[in-house]
Ligand binder design. Structure first.
Ligand code: SF4
Length: 208
């Protein structure tokens, strides 16, 4: 059976979803729920279509993202775009965001309290987008979703089900920038295998 193409005009909830989306965007922009608001230049809500089949979730904005208000535009983001394109996934079709919407100082890992304070925004984004697949970039989003203490090296490339959505952890692109080898079994090689798996699963899920 062919997949029904989403048409916002035929979605009775489209107007409602649009209003919710705008409300969350506005709330994030003004948010002071955790101390990360103190040093931010911009909040980074996320980028991509509101009905994306594929969602990437990273840890938090870096310096470039904090300056521009757009996720994954620095060196790691450019690498992520290349990885997607190599697997024939257009960045325009993907919604990209982070667990926390404000930059942690010096790119430190967000604290548990900060992640908890920010959780409702990510939850709401997922509820509205309702993606078929979520890719967690690195250990922070993986822990957020799976509550797992397993290291990213062990857990990456495996499929999980999160509230009925297929979910795969992958290495964060900034880790790949620090590990440039392309030898078999290297992080880059494994990531290439993972993104191909994601592309295959995306095609399978789109055809049902
Ligand atoms: S990180 Fe999230 S909870 Fe904290 S201030 Fe920014 S938007 Fe609010």
């Amino acid at each position: 059976m062919n997949r029904i193409i989403y048409n916002p005009e035929q979605d009775e909830m489209a107007e409602e979803k649009k209003k919710c989306w705008e409300t969350i965007q506005d709330q994030v922009k003004k948010c002071i729920l955790c101390p990360l608001h103190k040093e931010r230049n911009c909040t980074v809500f996320g980028e991509g279509p509101r009905n994306a089949d594929l969602m990437f979730v990273g840890e938090g904005p870096g310096a470039d993202e904090d300056r521009e208000g757009i996720p994954f535009i620095g060196r790691a983001g450019q690498l992520l775009t290349k990885i997607m394109e190599a697997a024939d996934i257009s960045r325009d079709q993907v919604f990209i965001t982070n667990v926390v919407k404000c930059r942690p100082p010096n790119n430190r890992v967000p604290m548990i309290e900060e992640m908890m304070a920010c959780s409702s925004y990510l939850e709401a984004q997922i509820a509205i987008i309702n993606p078929r697949i979520i890719v967690c970039l690195g250990s922070t989003p993986t822990k957020w979703f799976l509550k797992s203490t397993e290291g990213i090296s062990k857990i990456r490339g495996k499929w999980f089900s999160w509230r009925g959505i297929d979910l795969m952890p992958m290495f964060h692109p900034s880790y790949l920038l620090r590990n440039q080898s392309r030898k078999p079994g290297s992080p880059k090689d494994l990531t290439w295998q993972d993104i191909k798996e994601v592309k295959d699963r995306l095609e399978q899920r789109a055809s049902v």
